[in-house]
Design a protein around this ligand. Structure first.
Ligand code: GRF
Length: 195
């Protein structure tokens, strides 16, 4: 049974779907949920699902990314994760940290990578006049939002869309895509899934 740690920064809607999916004959189980913000709403949701939680507030570390990540790694390594799923985790990780977990770390990004790495992805897709948007699950490598793609889900951009409406449409797809990709990844299947 693969041990999965999920890292969040906010509400954790993707974390909830991932945790809910790991039941029955699923080859993985959620063992820990962590956040870089002790007030992240997802921590309570995880606790109410019976999942152990932790938080490491990144703010006291200021620019000391390595210091923050050392604390994060302490919690992670105690859980002996086979897989680390970043789900709405909004901290950029240093190459050293990423290398430590290379091959075990996934992320979901709300764009059709390689388009729109970084922030404000939906506003950028709308501004560019794109017909489609979506989400990508990828392996985390040292280059931000650029690792091997494990899955993508597409949605249409509608004429009167604003970023919030589009984000909501994409999030619905994320909640189907991420659990499907995690299940394949936990079964050592890294072939990309296009929904
Ligand atoms: C989602 O748009 C996800 O793509 C991005 O963070 C946002 C919030 O995710 N990574 P969640 O509701 O906290 O799972």
């Amino acid at each position: 049974m693969k041990r999965v740690v999920i890292l969040i920064s906010g509400g954790g809607s993707n974390m909830v779907r991932l945790a809910e999916s790991m039941v029955g004959d699923h080859p993985a189980r959620p063992v820990l949920v962590g956040a870089n913000d002790p007030t992240a709403g997802g921590l309570e949701k995880a606790a109410s699902m019976g999942i152990e939680t932790f938080s490491v507030d990144h703010r006291p570390f200021g620019k000391d990314r390595a210091g923050f990540e050392a604390q994060l790694a302490l919690h992670l390594d105690k859980a002996e994760p086979d897989i680390i799923a970043l789900a709405g985790f909004m901290r950029i990780l240093t190459p050293d940290f990423v290398r430590r977990y290379a091959g075990r770390m996934l992320n979901i990004h709300p764009s059709l990578l390689p388009k729109y790495p970084g922030l404000h992805t939906h506003a950028r897709a709308i501004a560019a006049g794109d017909a489609e948007a979506g989400a990508t699950v990828h392996e985390v490598t040292a280059d931000l939002d650029a690792g091997p793609i494990l899955g993508q889900a597409r949605v249409p951009i509608l004429p009167d869309d604003d970023a919030d409406r589009l984000a909501a449409r994409v999030l619905t797809q994320e909640h189907m895509l991420y659990p499907a990709v995690l299940r394949r990844f936990a079964a050592d299947n890294r072939s990309p899934l296009y929904m």
